[in-house]
Design a protein around this ligand. Structure first.
Ligand SMILES: [Mn+2]
Length: 427
């Protein structure tokens, strides 16, 4: 018996609407599917987060069906559970995975929750409803444990009380908290002490949720995300690749092999411009750093670029021309997508704040403007947004009747005006 285990595919994810980035996630998944078909595996496990969000776009669904079709043709079942990202508008009984299961593209495992009785039930997979708690494939019993979020510890204990007889494989969207991944998982985490009892029940525990690969106790395996979903996950020391597991179970023996799936290079650059006196000094430091990246032979494909400019500077930080920096980066590295975060701040001598000439409004305006301009998306409209925030502040202070609708109205009216202004610009 041979199966592939993958997780956290996040189809539908993109960056600022970038089409190429959107396709990267499908491309990575298509490599896994090709591997499955070439290796003639018996089944595939997808341990949650097939999609980036529960309410995916129609085209994401169409692209997904297209990519799954060869698996259906090859009659290789995909046994899947829902991750936190797959739930449709936070409804626990609806997901596009269930739709795919009903259409024969996968088999969705989901235990039945009896919330009032505080009980979890694992029912056999029911072809008609295209859902169930467990399924037998060629003599292996696979059990879908699911995702329990903040309630993971209690729910996992309940789940263990009602497992079907002699399961071989468990699928669980949740992570083991230990030093390497602690930071990556906020909800859905269990401690090593809580995960070890599962070893008595399962020979293999297929995990999802943590986006970096790890294994625990020689039975729990987490492949991580195929592509970089959030920038913190990008780690060039790991190489530009995601991972899946090829597992062979034969009698009592089990062999787990890690296979790598190439992914797009993802550059997280941080340039420290501490002490710069003007924009040209910032530019100089930035170009020096870009040159290093340009010469890096391991970047063999157009990268994604996420660039932080940090440090205290001796001039107003909004004078940093983010658009020009971006253009320079585009020219030098040719990324498919680049985002620049101006996180510099002004070094002020303390007398500036004590001077009576500087009233609170000026300080307020400067501080807020800096915050708005830190995000490149808002830079163009920073003046308008600043005015709005300023007016809102006054409105909140002066609005004695606590009339919320008036404040919401104010936001709506101004927003419409921003849009009109932009529209005029484009025309
Ligand atoms: Mn995920």
């Amino acid at each position: 018996m041979k199966f592939l285990h993958c997780a956290d595919i996040h189809l539908g994810k993109t960056l600022g609407g970038n089409k190429e980035r959107y396709k990267d996630f499908f491309y990575a998944f298509s490599r896994v599917i090709k591997l499955a078909i070439d290796e003639k595996i018996d089944f595939m496990i997808m341990a949650g987060d097939l999609f980036q969000e529960g309410s995916i776009a129609p085209s994401t669904l169409a692209d997904t069906i297209e990519i799954l079709e060869p698996m259906k043709q090859a009659k290789i079942p995909i046994i899947a559970i829902e991750g936190n990202h797959d739930l449709f508008r936070r409804r626990k009984d609806e997901s596009w995975l269930h739709f795919l299961s009903r259409r024969g593209y996968l088999k969705l495992l989901r235990p039945t929750m009896h919330a009032r009785e505080g009980r979890i039930e694992f029912q056999p997979y029911d072809e008609e409803n295209a859902v169930g708690g467990w399924i037998d494939i060629n003599g292996l019993r696979i059990c879908g444990i699911g995702y329990y979020g903040a309630a993971t510890n209690q729910m996992l204990a309940l789940a263990l009380d009602s497992l079907p007889d002699k399961p071989d494989i468990g699928i669980f969207h949740g992570g083991v908290w230990h030093e390497h991944i602690l930071k990556l998982i906020k909800f859905g985490g269990v401690t090593p002490d809580e995960i070890m009892p599962l070893k008595e029940h399962f020979r293999y525990l297929a995990l999802g949720h943590g986006h970096r690969p790890y294994s625990y106790g020689e039975f729990a395996y987490n492949p991580g995300a195929l592509e970089v979903v959030n920038r913190e996950e990008a780690n060039r020391e790991d190489g530009d690749r995601g991972c899946v597991y090829m597992v062979e179970m034969d009698g009592k023996n089990m062999k787990v092999e890690t296979l790598y799936i190439p992914r797009r290079p993802y550059l997280n650059i941080r340039t420290d411009v501490e002490g710069a006196n003007d924009f040209s000094e910032v530019m100089e430091k930035c170009i020096a750093q870009l040159k290093v990246k340009k010469d890096d032979p391991t970047i063999n494909k157009r990268p994604v670029l996420m660039w932080d400019i940090v440090g205290k500077v001796n001039f107003e930080s909004y004078e940093i021309d983010v658009d020009r920096l971006k253009q320079t980066a585009m020219d030098m590295l040719d990324p498919i997508h680049a985002e620049i975060f101006n996180q510099t701040s002004l070094i002020r001598s303390s007398r500036d704040y004590h001077g009576e000439s500087e009233n609170m409004d000026t300080i307020f305006r400067e501080t807020i403007l800096e915050l708005i301009q830190a995000n490149p998306l808002y830079r163009e409209k920073s003046g308008d947004i600043l005015d709005l925030i300023f007016d809102l502040k006054r409105e909140v202070i002066e609005n004695k009747e606590n009339d919320r609708d008036r404040i919401i109205d104010l936001i709506h009216t101004r927003r419409t005006k921003f849009d009109e202004k932009l529209q005029n610009k484009q025309d």
